[in-house]
Ligand binder design. Structure first.
Ligand code: ZN
Length: 180
């Protein structure tokens, strides 16, 4: 009986410890829960409405695993859980970056899939640099994704800000003549 009681006590302690551990892991005070709605809230707060209205398909449509978010013509923005749980300033930067790819799909030079608009000073085929510039221009946060080899320059940023400020109506719509 004594042995059984001791075992029961031990098990109770182990179970208690597990519950404490689980609870502390499951509800850290500061981490946000990744969701497409959180990503779309970030998008709303960072991209001007004129641009969002011009490209309604450019919104978070799916949550994916891994650390990379991705965009495809008319498929929306697939946001990684990693990005979607980031603090809001970083998530806004990610969503603005991805929106930049969609601007390229619809208003880009179409030299290649995702090419920047005609005149982009860092080269229209530098598709990640263009998105990097849009991310910085709209969010005010200069944070580069690991796939952005050539970062947005001061010249690139100035040009992109001026181009965006004119609004979608000021630019020819090219609608991804080249796409997947
Ligand atoms: Zn990108």
């Amino acid at each position: 009986m004594t042995a059984i009681r001791q075992l029961t006590t031990m098990l109770t302690l182990v179970i208690a410890a597990l519950i404490v551990t689980t609870a502390s892991v499951a509800s850290p005070a500061s981490a946000a829960t990744a969701s497409t709605s959180r990503a779309n809230s970030a998008l709303h707060s960072v991209v001007p409405s004129a641009w969002r209205n011009a490209i309604p398909s450019a919104r978070a449509t799916r949550l994916i695993s891994g650390k990379s978010s991705t965009s495809a013509y008319r498929k929306g923005i697939w946001v990684s859980r990693y990005h979607a749980a980031k603090p809001m300033p970083l998530l806004r930067n990610t969503m603005a970056h991805e929106f930049g790819h969609h601007i390229a799909f619809f208003y880009g030079s179409q030299v290649i899939y995702g090419a920047a608009p005609t005149g982009f000073p860092q080269g229209v085929t530098s598709i990640e640099t263009w998105a990097d510039c849009v991310g910085s221009a709209l969010s005010g946060v200069s944070k580069h994704g690991t796939n952005v080899k050539k970062h947005c320059s001061r010249t690139g940023l100035r040009w992109t800000k001026a181009w965006l400020k004119k609004g979608p109506a000021a630019h020819p719509r090219t609608d991804a003549r080249i796409h997947w």
